[in-house]
Write a protein that binds this ligand. Sequence first.
Ligand code: ADP
Ligand code: MG
Length: 728
Amino acid sequence: MATLRFQALKETLNRKPVEVEEKERRSELFGRNVFTESVMRQFLTKEAYQSVLEANATGKKIDRTIADHISTGMKEWAISKGATHYTHWFQPLTGTTAEKHDAFFETIGDGLAIEKFGGGQLVQQEPDASSFPHGGIRNTFEARGYTAWDPTSPAFIYGTTLCIPSVFVSYTGDALDYKTPLLRALQAVDQAATDVAKYFDKNVNKVQATLGWEQEYFLIDSALAASRPDIQLAGRTLLGHSPAKGQQLDDHYFGSIPSRVLAYMRDLEKECMLLGIPVKTRHNEVAPNQFELAPIFEEANLAVDHNSLLMDIMSRVAERHNFVVLFHEKPFAGINGSGKHNNWSLSTDTGVNLLGPGSTPMKNLQFLTFFINTIKAVHDNEELLRATIASASNDFRLGANEAPPAIISTFIGSQLTEVLDELEKVTDGKLSPAEKTELKLNVVGKIPEILLDNTDRNRTSSFAFTGNKFEFRAVGSTANCAEPMTALNSIVAKQLKDFKKEVDSLIKGKKMKKDDAIFNVLREYIKDSKNIRFEGDGYSEEWEKEAEKRGLSNNRNTPEALKALVSQKTIEMYNELGVMNKVEVEARHEIELEEYIMRVQIESRILGDIARNHVIPTAIRYQNILIKNVRGLKDIFGDGFQTHSREQLEIIKEISEHIEKINSGITDMIEARKKANKLEDAEEKAFAYCNEVKPFFNIIRYNCDKLELLIDDEIWPLTKYRELLFTR
Ligand code: ADP
Ligand code: MG
């Protein structure tokens, strides 16, 4: 009897929404558990406070004695809020966050104890971190890794622990985490963009990258999730026939939020408020039981931290509500997958969004400069961007007809396309006064009006311009945004540096006026980067063909996509910008390949187990029932039984055929795994898992799903798609 499944269903049907109290206004809760500037002013000495601000603004190092003052103030604040422990909170390359809690409590002899937290403990720690992935950076003899405080992201209290956002580096200073290269990339883009922004406004001294992510996820009742070994271990279903009704009716998108889910969201949002995560938007997504949460955008490093923290909180709050959050990019076949759009822009310390249209032609020349340089950067590095979003789980989503394709392209809308077409006609060399007026007033001057009604959004584009920001839509829902953000900010930094060089040389060498020089360089960029622009349907086959003609990459699987991570071009670019050295880049490549191998390996094992231990025995049991039935019919009808049991015999045969295919599929898959495991080289092994092991998933699944349709529902052991997606 399929007891676990039915128990889970019963439990789910009996659930009530968990009460969530909201006595205080959200604005009052906001940031209450964060060591914000105003809290610092209260708890720190003036000197200590100033030095944190300075570290934020200029990256200036914090003096060790001052660190002692800061740690004391931080400890006082944390204890006043009930914290008992502290931790360096960091993002190792496992994709989750890591923390090791230490108590403030310390004994001082004579049976006495105090609460202690020194500057040394704030600034640097040495967790026993030898089991985090390191891609060969740390040899065992120097297995030490250090976490170091990142003062640009404020400390916060979660539960009863003071969490200190930190970087994680090896003994040799090489990055072992997501945050370190991101911080370096943000610094690179700050410098390059500030230099270019000064063409337009001398007062600009700093440029920040901004990020607004949109987190999609599925919520499944915890009892139902526990009844499925694949959801429990792999975070997705490895088999399951699609339900009669899926998302065809589009009745879930923006529909009314179910009450249990709404209670969960309110609880979650409260937690987010306390931690200073400015969540703003919540809604149903396209698929049943799929939802989205989005905050107001923030400085990119902070936004990345907040997303990592959020994912952690989401799972914890879900426990209280008897839900499990599925972050997987494709938890259900045939149903929409989940992504994490990364909305990105650049903004100056003078309060200007560099990708926002301005009110004057000059401001719009600035807008066009950053806009076109971004497009050029994406054009020149599309394959790297694709590499940064590659993962075993995102492979199921990219190109799966409802998500962006594996091809990177930019959509900018018809009106901006017209503007670029006009600019392309700029004549070589100096512009005549008439040309300048024409350009400035009629082309560049029109932009604000244009963007006001730039509503023709194209959902099929992987990197779309949406009015005042670019939206990188191909990022997967499980991803740490740091990886794509490191790449994007780096390529834009490199591009802006090159742009500045070219413009300056035209000004100096050809004695061109600044505007002329800028127009001339931008014109060339528009021509050079045309191939990356695509306004049509990104899901269509025609686009695949067209993209191939244009020479754009279409790397459909992770091992293929990851190659660009270690190309000569990428290594040189990261090296030039000081974002990552060769060792760091190669280590990351290795880690991602390993991760891919492990994911496919684990799924392959789970699928083999479920198919052999759950599906086949159930199929045999049902077949036996049918055999008994046929025997009974023979008893009753004698030789005439054939006519009365034709259908039963047919089903008995069909079941045998499926069992045969499943069983031989598993045997062959295990063989393929054994062969793959013998390979030494990580890339070869990843390809073997991709091309030799993974194809069996479909064969096994197909036959299991057919059995699901044949076998008596009463004895089917696996909770069905309909039950997972529609029971609340
Ligand atoms: P959708 O893509 O679902 O239609 P929106 O386009 O409204 O939703 O997405 C808005 C997202 O873009 C929000 O998360 C918002 O914070 C973010 N965003 C808006 N302006 C910027 C900006 N200048 N930089 C980065 N993100 C931004
Ligand atoms: Mg979006």
